[in-house]
Design a protein around this ligand. Structure first.
Ligand code: SF4
Length: 339
């Protein structure tokens, strides 16, 4: 059954100048190329659209200078894969000189090369490393890259040997193809010394993930019912576990681990065609509700009224409805605690 979300309930994404004071985080979509072809890539359409109009170093430097003047203190390099852009190291050096705190989202391939890592790692404050399995067989199959798992593990080793390493977050997209192994994946990552924080992400319905949505998307309750046990396992391993794209009610006792509760407003800069010419566009997000939707069932939920939960992905609702949601009353919100 298809559930249609009304158009006027589309999530809020600010397209004008900041309205809520200075935004300190910049998400810079500076790469439209990648050295992997993950089956669930949510960026594939954007990459196809802009791959033939890559950003020049001059353009990139102008952006980071301008955004620093606007008050940004933190930069996230977003792709595609940022490290395969030839000017990445030069841009990283400039941002450090400007005093930005730096975060790289990466698949780890280029970062596992000794010479590249030697230059890049000391300039990074934080990294998000994408890893979607606990074995080569599983991870490499999902990303269509034979040695990817091995390269990530080499990178973990390098990070583990650093005196002062970046803060390391891993990101695992949970989908039909790996949910049977999600406990093994969390167990495996909990044992990696270099990892500080584990993120389990619901599939983001965009790009290739949207194209293959029904082949890949799990029911929210499938991950939700495992969440308290997964969170406890990560804590035992000395890690923090967080969930992206999961409504609070579905996480049960693990609701405090929703990544949405730890989200900061941000400004994005990305490639766009303006009057038919390749330019750059600024947008602002003040909440994590991009592509999310509150079904009618959320109406009386205390977490909606307290603006803690941003609902479900609209695409999820359109395909699966609201059967997995269980609105909470005020009393249960204040009384709930993680075990
Ligand atoms: S019922 Fe709706 S608002 Fe409440 S926690 Fe669930 S998804 Fe969020």
């Amino acid at each position: 059954m298809k559930h249609k979300a009304p158009e006027d309930r589309l999530p809020f994404v600010g397209l004008l100048a900041p309205k809520f004071g200075a935004v300190k985080r910049l998400e810079f979509h500076m790469s439209y190329v990648c050295n992997q072809t993950c089956i669930f890539c949510s960026e594939s359409v954007r990459m196809d659209t802009h791959v033939r109009s890559p950003l020049t170093l001059e353009e990139m430097v102008r952006v980071v200078l301008r955004k620093r003047k606007e008050g940004c203190e933190h930069i996230t390099f977003v792709g595609g894969e940022p490290t395969v852009v030839p000017q990445f190291l030069d841009l990283l050096k400039v941002t450090k000189k400007l005093g930005y705190k730096t975060l790289l989202i990466t698949n780890g391939g280029r970062m596992s090369q000794d010479k590249f890592a030697l230059e890049a790692l000391p300039l990074l404050d934080e990294m998000v490393i994408s890893i979607h399995g606990h074995t080569s067989e599983l991870h490499d199959t999902l990303v269509h890259e034979e040695l990817s798992f091995k390269k990530i593990n080499k990178l973990f080793g390098m990070l583990g040997r650093m005196k002062q390493k970046p803060f390391v977050i891993t990101n695992t997209v949970v989908l039909k193809q790996n949910i049977a192994h999600v406990s093994d994946i969390v167990g495996y990552l909990s044992g990696v010394a270099a990892v500080d924080h584990i993120l389990l992400s619901n599939i983001a319905p965009d790009g290739r993930a949207l194209e293959h949505y029904l082949d890949q998307a799990i029911r929210l309750s499938e991950l939700g019912k495992l969440a308290p046990r997964l969170s406890a396992a990560a804590v035992r391993g000395g890690k923090v576990l967080r969930y992206f794209g999961m409504p609070l009610c579905v996480l049960g006792e693990a609701w405090e681990d929703s990544n949405d509760l730890h989200w900061n407003p941000r400004t994005n800069v990305e490639r766009a065609f303006i009057d038919g010419k390749a330019g750059l566009e600024d947008t602002w997000n003040y909440t994590p509700e991009r592509m999310r939707y509150y079904p009618a069932k959320c109406g009386g939920c205390a977490w909606k009224s307290k603006e803690k939960c941003v609902g479900v992905f609209q695409t999820y609702y359109e395909h699966f409805g609201d059967g997995d949601l269980s609105p909470v009353r005020e009393a249960s919100v204040s009384g709930r605690r993680r075990p």
